[in-house]
Design a protein around this ligand. Structure first.
Ligand code: A3P
Ligand code: MG
Ligand code: MG
Length: 391
């Protein structure tokens, strides 16, 4: 009886298959194929309040305003209310999906047999061909034909994130302070007394406004959730006025320029995947003073980097992403232990310069994923039950 399940993994009576390996694409190849990518359409939006409680409204949405040049990004650092780093659970996104499915007029918006994940994970997958430094691990489940991807963070990795070095923590804050200078509760900023010109309010990273979109890469439908920094002018209910905010060190020479062009790969896919058409980059000094801002149209970025020192080809990323998703589907189908298939957890491990392996986890590893929470694998038990039993 599946309802009495305790998150336990597949029976060990079947020998587990060997890991499947997907080797790295050659990023120097020039003949990447065109892999279709459907324009993302929004199916839901939601907010997290100052205590990180989830609300199915746009209360956390902000409007874009021009930041003042010379803005100091160290302002308010000691008042930063920090959202604790947690395991990369999908809970907020799954709650939003359930809300959509509850609404009879929108239920069809959530595709069957697709992939559900955060935008950050899809960005890591697609940019892997050009990633030389940081590997990643994903946990993967397949329930009722839908694949779920969460980032696998070990206790040690979580500890490292929460114990960030002071210097790095300061630099992370600069990004959020820039968001404060660039956003307002209303389409035009009202200057508050007693704060620097253009300051939009103290930083509380619990507060988030998120969009859930549906799209399609190759033959795979994907539901992606991600935080949206602000909208320009007005909110249309679509992604067409979304704005992504970024900070980067001011460019002083050719090496800096090439470094920035490489960084644009991540800026590009992060925004492209959610249908965000505009990226505003604030260039700063090492000590966090904004010197200039530059606006990029997301779709024009690939052409802007073509032929440059830090060039990249988005077609290689899309082709790789398509291959990755197909491989995962194949592996999950061929290694699914049918009686327990919806409780199985797979692990995809990416090693830069090598490629990805996908393997079925054993009981001890699944227990580590469950982490003594009320879950089946990494999915909340209530969500898993509603998907498998329709309750
Ligand atoms: P910058 O991107 O301007 O550095 P996002 O840009 O995705 O909206 O994220 C807002 C800010 O959160 C970032 O601003 C950065 O400060 C911080 N941030 C996001 N992802 C991070 C990561 N993986 N590690 C450290 N800081 C991160
Ligand atoms: Mg953001
Ligand atoms: Mg941003």
């Amino acid at each position: 009886d599946p309802t009495t399940g305790d998150g336990s993994a597949p029976s060990t009576s079947n020998p587990r298959p060997p890991p499947h390996t997907l080797s790295y694409p050659d990023v120097k190849q020039h003949n990447a194929r065109q892999t279709p990518f459907q324009l993302p359409t929004q199916i839901a939006s939601y907010s997290h309040d100052e205590h990180h409680a989830q609300r199915f409204d746009n209360s956390a949405m902000r409007y874009y305003v021009d930041p003042p040049l010379g803005a100091r990004l160290d302002y308010g650092y000691d008042r930063w209310i920090r959202k604790p780093d947690e395991r990369g659970r999908l809970d907020g996104l799954l709650n939003a999906i359930r809300e959509v499915k509850k609404d009879a007029t929108k239920a069809g918006a959530v595709p069957d047999n697709g992939v559900v994940s955060w935008r950050g994970i899809m960005t890591k997958i697609l940019t892997a061909p050009y990633e030389e430094r940081d590997g990643w691990d994903l946990n993967i489940m397949c329930v009722n034909g839908t694949l779920y991807f969460e980032e696998h963070l070990t206790d040690r990795r979580l500890q490292e994130k929460n114990d960030m070095a002071p210097r790095q923590r300061q630099q992370t804050y600069y990004g959020y302070a820039f968001e404060s200078y660039c956003t307002s509760d209303a389409p035009a900023r009202q200057q508050q007394p007693g704060v620097p010109s253009g300051w939009g309010g103290d930083v509380n990273t619990n507060v988030q406004w998120c969009s859930v979109v549906r799209t399609k890469l190759g033959d795979t439908r994907i539901v992606i959730g991600g935080e949206v920094d602000c909208v320009r002018g007005r909110y249309t209910g679509r992604t067409d006025t979304f704005v992504e905010l970024k900070t980067s060190m001011a460019i002083r020479g050719q090496n800096d320029e090439a470094r920035f062009e490489k960084k644009l790969l991540k800026f590009y896919f992060q925004s492209f995947l959610l249908g965000v058409p505009e990226i505003v980059v604030g260039f700063r000094t090492p000590s966090g003073v904004i010197t200039t801002t530059q606006t990029f149209k997301t779709i024009e970025i690939p052409r802007q980097v073509r032929g440059k020192a830090g060039a990249w080809n988005p077609l290689i990323c899309l082709e790789w992403g398509d291959k990755f998703l197909k491989t995962v589907k194949d592996v999950v189908q061929t290694t699914a232990d049918s009686a327990n298939a919806s409780r199985n957890v797979w692990r995809a491990t990416f090693v830069p310069g090598t490629g990805v392996t996908v393997r079925l986890l054993d009981q001890t590893e699944v227990d580590e994923v469950v982490n003594m929470e009320d879950r089946i694998g990494f999915l909340p038990r209530s969500y898993w039950s509603s998907e498998t039993l329709g309750v």
